[in-house]
Structure formats: structure tokens, C-alpha cells
Design a protein around this ligand. Structure first.
Ligand SMILES: Cc1cc2nc3c(=O)[nH]c(=O)nc-3n(C[C@H](O)[C@H](O)[C@H](O)COP(=O)(O)OP(=O)(O)OC[C@H]3O[C@@H](n4cnc5c(N)ncnc54)[C@H](O)[C@@H]3O)c2cc1C
Length: 360
């Protein structure tokens, strides 16, 4: 039965799967993501996530059903998508054919998708463009989940937008109709005026960079885009931190600094092509010592973070950078015994050779 905090609930039988096997899979995922296990009984498993709860219950027609519960239908939809994605990695047939008890309205726009219009573009420092997006309702974009997907239509053709698939996940158009949908951070959310500010790191070859530059010169063909979310983690509540980021994480770092307790202490490592000369505006925090690294001088975020980790294994670690660096930092932090609930290490982008390697 739905609880008061999560009035929206749905269940889906997983025919052919065993309660014990799916329980182990969900517990492993919860552990690696640092999520809290609220209940782990013989017939019921409940995990808390930033979007709501996920768990297992006895199935109606089989051994086990997966359960999601959330405070609104957008969060419920996002949780269903996450569950389907996880199940499809180990049981793709079940993921394709599962059906939710609340019978999602198929072929409509996903509930966590909205159209937004770019209403303003301005340079921020020397390597960012800040785009203001205006929509009908940004109330879901809160401090507990600060990221979202930008959904860019292809240039020069009528876009096909995503829809709800029969298994409750998002059906994305593919082939020539494929939409570019990278993750970005809501640097600021104005709930009165229904706007989100997103700071885009300008880098050569970037499709979002190309879009922002179009807007900057007044080409409004793609001023209406999609936004899916929010998703991902929220602010950091910690006494002692080791934070490290390249440009892609600066907007998130800025939000985390605004929300960090005033009494927190620690280190903030920031990498940019010419270090602090990028002039990205970051809120001051008196408890943190800030160290800028310059790629042009051969300094490297991954290496600096690995060195700092040794001396600060008692800190809450937050890292945003290139994917292979993130992996090295995560592995080292685990070796040093940093517990999962103090570890938020993410690959925010992939170097071109990583993308080629993954495609091969
Ligand atoms: C949780 C999360 C939050 C994020 N928040 C932000 C944000 O607020 N602002 C922001 O600017 N980015 C942010 N990013 C990073 C952003 O999603 C990636 O950089 C993404 O690849 C950008 O897409 P694109 O269209 O610019 O590049 P694509 O068109 O996808 O890629 C084109 C080429 O650019 C390369 N590339 C991608 N990113 C970089 C980079 N940083 N430096 C050098 N080359 C690169 C790729 O390897 C590829 O060869 C975030 C990522 C995550 C996971």
C-alpha cells in the first residue's frame, strides 16, 4: 500500500525471476550508490532514493514484483525508467515485457519531460555560456536532485519527441531522428518565474556548445528544446570534504558550496585550461582551501585528487571529471576504505578515445 510520503505507487510482476536473486541485485546496486535500505524482510525490500522508494514485494502472478513509490507522477516515472534500465542489464526479456499496475498512458510525452524555451544567453567568465530556460513548471527542480537532461532536436529537421513505452520507460527516437540528450546541472532555479539557468562549458566539437552559440548569435531555430528530469544527486551535507572538479562540474560545485554547512572544512580542487583565469564565479566558503589547477601548465585533476585522497581519507569525497579519472579516484578511495556513503565520484564526460573504445 502507498505510504504518506510516497502517495504514487506502482508494481510490476517479474515473471521467471526469483525474489532472492533480484533482492541481491538491488542490494548490490543500493550499496554501490550509497542508498539507504529502509526494510529488508523475507517478503519485502525497500530502498530510499533521491526520487522516492524502490523495492520488492510478492508478485501477483509470480514469485516477485518490483515496487516504486514517489511523491508525484514525474518522480514515479523516473523511478520506473531507472528500474527498467537496471533490470534490462541482467534480464532484458523481462525488462521489455514487464507492465506496471498503474498502466502508464502510452505514446504520450513522458511525465518528467517538458518543453522549455531559451530566453537569454550570456557569457559567464571566459569559457561558459549561461542559458536561461523558461517553462511552465520547474517545481520538481529542488536541492535534492540538481541535474537534468537537455534534449536537443536535430538541426534542420522537424523533431520526433520521446514517448512512454509499454514497459513505462522512455521510448527515444533513434537513427536520423535521434535526439542529443546530455546531462547538465541546474545552476539556479527560479520557482517564481519558472526558469532554470544552465552554465555550458564551451568546448570544441560539443553539440550543446554549437546550440548555445546559435542562440548567442540570435539563431532561434532551436530555441525550444526538451528537458527531462530532474535526476541525480543533490547538495552535500558534510563536516569535512574533499571536492574536485573540472569545468563540467563547476555549476554543481557552485550549488554545493551554497548549500554546504558554514562550519564545514576541507579542500576544493578545480581544474581549467588556464586555472583561475577562467573567472567562473564560485560562492566563497571560509572553511575550504581552494587550489586551482591549470591544464596548460600540465596540472591534472585526477592526479591531484589521488594525492589529496591519501591525506584526507576521513573526508566526504565529491569528484566530477573525465570518466577514466573518476574510475581511478573511486577505486583508490575504496582501497583507502572511504565508505560508500561518503563517496560521490562521477564521470561527467568522456574523452574521445574513451568513446571510440566503448563503441568497439
Ligand atoms: C551529472 C552531470 C552534470 C553535468 N553538468 C554540466 C554542466 O552543468 N555544464 C557543463 O558544461 N557540462 C556538464 N556536464 C557534462 C556534459 O554532460 C558533457 O560534457 C557532455 O558531453 C556535453 O555534451 P556536448 O554536446 O557538449 O558534447 P558531445 O557532442 O556529446 O561530444 C563532442 C565531443 O566533445 C567531447 N567532450 C565532451 N565534454 C567535454 C569536455 N568537458 N571537455 C572536452 N571535451 C569534451 C567528447 O569527448 C566528444 O568528442 C554534466 C555531466 C553530468 C554527468
Amino acid at each position: 500500500m502507498a505510504d504518506l510520503n510516497h502517495p504514487f505507487e506502482a508494481l510490476a510482476d517479474l515473471p521467471g525471476a526469483s525474489f532472492a536473486a533480484v533482492r541481491l541485485m538491488i542490494l548490490a546496486q543500493a550499496k554501490s550508490s550509497g542508498l539507504t535500505v529502509l526494510e529488508d524482510a523475507q517478503q519485502a525490500l525497500t530502498i530510499e532514493t533521491p526520487q522516492g522508494v524502490v523495492g520488492l514485494r510478492p508478485g501477483k502472478t509470480c514469485d516477485v514484483a518490483v515496487m516504486v513509490g514517489a511523491r508525484d507522477d514525474r518522480a514515479l516515472f523516473a523511478l520506473k525508467g531507472a528500474v527498467v534500465a537496471q533490470i534490462s542489464q541482467v534480464m532484458p526479456d523481462i525488462a521489455n515485457t514487464l507492465r506496471w499496475s498503474d498502466d502508464p498512458a502510452q505514446r504520450t510525452l513522458p511525465p518528467n519531460f517538458q518543453f522549455m524555451r531559451a530566453t537569454r544567453v550570456e557569457a559567464v567568465g571566459s569559457v561558459f555560456l549561461r542559458v536561461t530556460l523558461a517553462g511552465d513548471d520547474v517545481s520538481a527542480h529542488q536541492d535534492r536532485s540538481i541535474h537534468f537532461r537537455l534534449v536537443l532536436p536535430p538541426k534542420g529537421q522537424e523533431p520526433t519527441w520521446p514517448s512512454v513505452a509499454p514497459n513505462g520507460s522512455i521510448a527515444w527516437p533513434d537513427g536520423e531522428q535521434a535526439l542529443h540528450r546530455p546531462v547538465y546541472t541546474a545552476r539556479a532555479v527560479d520557482h517564481d518565474n519558472h526558469t532554470i539557468e544552465v552554465d555550458i562549458f564551451v568546448h570544441e566539437g560539443g553539440r550543446v556548445t554549437e546550440w548555445a552559440r546559435e542562440l548567442e548569435v540570435g539563431d532561434l531555430e532551436r530555441s525550444v528544446i526538451g528537458v527531462v528530469g530532474p535526476s541525480g544527486g543533490g547538495l552535500l551535507d558534510a563536516d569535512h570534504v574533499l571536492m574536485a572538479s573540472d569545468e563540467t562540474g563547476f555549476p554543481a560545485v557552485a550549488r554545493l558550496l551554497e548549500g554546504l554547512p558554514a562550519s564545514a572544512t576541507g579542500t576544493l580542487l578545480l581544474e581549467a585550461e588556464h586555472g583561475a583565469a577562467c573567472h567562473y564565479p564560485l560562492p566563497a566558503h571560509q572553511g575550504l582551501s581552494v587550489q586551482w589547477l591549470s591544464r596548460a601548465r600540465g596540472e591534472h585533476l585526477g592526479e591531484a585528487t589521488l594525492s589529496a585522497l591519501g591525506a584526507q581519507a576521513d573526508a566526504s569525497v565529491w569528484f566530477a571529471g573525465e570518466r577514466s579519472d573518476a574510475k581511478r579516484v573511486r577505486d583508490r578511495a575504496k582501497e583507502l576504505g572511504v565508505p560508500q556513503d561518503r563517496l560521490r565520484v562521477s564521470g561527467f564526460w568522456r574523452a574521445p578515445d574513451e568513446i571510440v573504445a566503448a563503441a568497439e
